[in-house]
Write a protein that binds this ligand. Structure first.
Ligand code: HEM
Length: 457
């Protein structure tokens, strides 16, 4: 049924009438990568340009994207900057693995993230959501950007290690944030390095961090393995220890278990926190939709959730999350480099060129969406998992390297939002628009205080 509400156009950076000059492009992309795009990016299917001697290709065509991410995926690798920035956090885990090694790890992890496994993790999401509800209780104004970072970290650590100890959680959160704000910030050397280890002097602080981080995650694994917490449900560590390669029956080695756990913490928490933030922000702009969702989660209360199937009782909430992922994709840009020369959509691309697949642009492309800038959750009605349909919707990437945690993230986000909205009317008194800022993830331009008014029952 079409949405009868007037169109709500949520804030977005200005789109330039023509391409930026090289200098402005370089400066703007450091400040906010979402501000670099000209009008033509939202209309063309393939474009290329050269910035500071490096050739860049933007692909906006589902066929072209399928070629890079699926059909010929083995010819495309993540650029060197990714392992330089992420190896200290993710080690040899699946996110940074390539080739045969990646295929083996992905096979071993498939069962860990199957819908049946995620269903067993729901009690952890329910506990994390309840912690959030307790934290915001009797606080009238709440910085939800911060609160969602905490709840998403809480959820992933509970799901991984059944970690109920708040001090441990805070310690992990502080260490990860310290990396992101410190040695993990991209430097000029990362942009020009030809290998993961080039400019070794610039990697000193990252190596020092990695030693501490590995010791911390090892200690969490050891603590959990030695003295299992008295929980009724399983956690991801149980699933990782039980995982076998379906082809060889091989289990994960202990350091692989550690690196996969570290990968899940980082890949899973910041992204889901951003999704929660933008979905809530959109619901403060569309109060009617917020009320409809409240009715939905009141009709099927959170405490009745025990399986993934139960979440189907909240279709509107799911559509809002899908629309938030469209309008504000937490990962706004994916970059690949061809290992060998190739041809995409009839166009030659040379080895080493930077290939951009930008969910931010695809999700607002005028050839693929009706009213692309409008908030219209109903556009996802009756589409159970549009991110796997091979179309212009790519919040979780595409092809064999598509996000392994998509079902996990959506289930967690549904439970957290349902818990909050069942108890509070959320609004924003601050009149300043919250603009998306593109860094590694899509962050809010500022962290407003949301007003939470208890719903009378
Ligand atoms: C809203 C939340 C999330 C979003 C938007 C998101 C998005 C993405 C995207 C776009 C990719 C592909 C990156 C690329 O191709 O370069 C990816 C990969 C990945 N994600 Fe997520 N993610 C989310 C949540 C999670 C969660 C909760 C986990 C685990 C607990 C997770 C684990 C991973 C892993 C391990 C990969 C690498 C997969 C591979 O290379 O085979 N993600 N994610």
């Amino acid at each position: 049924m079409p949405d009868a509400s007037p169109a709500i156009i949520p804030p977005a950076p200005v789109v330039h009438s023509r391409e930026l000059s090289t200098l402005r492009l370089a400066l703007t992309s450091i400040r906010n990568s979402l501000e670099i795009w000209p009008e033509s990016a939202f209309e063309l299917r393939f474009s290329r340009n050269r910035v500071l001697g490096v050739e860049n290709v933007l692909i906006n065509d589902p066929e072209g994207i399928r070629h890079v991410m699926t059909t010929n995926a083995m010819n495309y690798v993540r650029p060197t900057i990714m392992p330089r920035l992420l190896r200290p956090l993710m080690g040899r885990g699946v996110f940074l693995a390539e080739g045969k090694e990646w295929r083996r790890q992905r096979r071993q992890l498939a069962s860990v993230f199957s819908p049946a496994s995620v269903s067993t993790l729901l009690p952890h999401f329910l506990s994390a959501a309840e912690d959030l509800a307790q934290d915001v209780r009797s606080r009238k104004a709440v910085d939800l950007s911060d609160a969602y970072q905490s709840v998403a970290l809480n959820a992933v650590l509970r799901a991984l290690f059944s970690l109920p100890d708040r001090q441990d959680r805070d310690r992990v959160g502080a260490v990860v944030r310290q990396y992101i704000d410190g040695p993990g910030r991209p430097q000029i050397f990362d942009g020009i390095a030809k290998s993961e280890t080039a400019f070794g002097f610039a990697l000193r602080h990252r190596r020092a961090f990695q030693k501490n981080w590995v010791a911390l995650v090892d200690s969490l694994v050891a603590e959990r393995s030695a003295a299992p917490y008295p929980v009724a449900s399983r956690d991801l560590l149980d699933l990782l220890l039980a995982a076998r390669d379906p082809e060889t029956e091989q289990p994960l080695a202990p350091e692989e278990v550690r690196d996969q756990a570290a990968t899940m913490i980082f890949a899973g928490y910041e992204t889901t926190a951003r999704l929660l933030f933008w979905a809530t922000y959109l619901l403060t702009l569309d109060k009617t939709e917020q009320s409809r969702i409240r009715a939905e989660v009141t009709a099927f209360p959170v405490d009745q959730v025990s399986t993934l199937k139960d979440l189907e009782n909240w279709p509107r909430l799911r559509n809002v999350l899908l629309e938030a992922l469209r309008l504000y994709p937490p990962v706004p840009m994916l970059v690949r480099e061809p290992v060998n020369d190739d041809t995409i959509m009839g166009e030659p691309v040379r080895r080493g060129v930077q290939i951009y697949v930008a969910p931010w642009v695809m999700h607002r492309h005028r050839a693929f969406w009706d009213a692309p800038t409008a908030f219209r959750p109903d556009r996802f009605s009756d589409q159970p998992s549009p991110w796997t349909a091979g179309g212009p919707y790519l919040p979780f990437g595409a092809g064999p390297r598509i996000c392994i945690g998509a079902v996990f993230a959506l289930a967690e986000a549904q439970i957290v939002l349902a818990t909050l909205l069942a108890r509070y009317r959320v609004s924003l008194d601050d009149p300043r628009p919250v603009l998306p800022v593109g860094r590694l993830t899509t962050q809010p331009s500022h962290s407003p205080e949301f007003t939470l008014a208890a719903v009378s029952v």
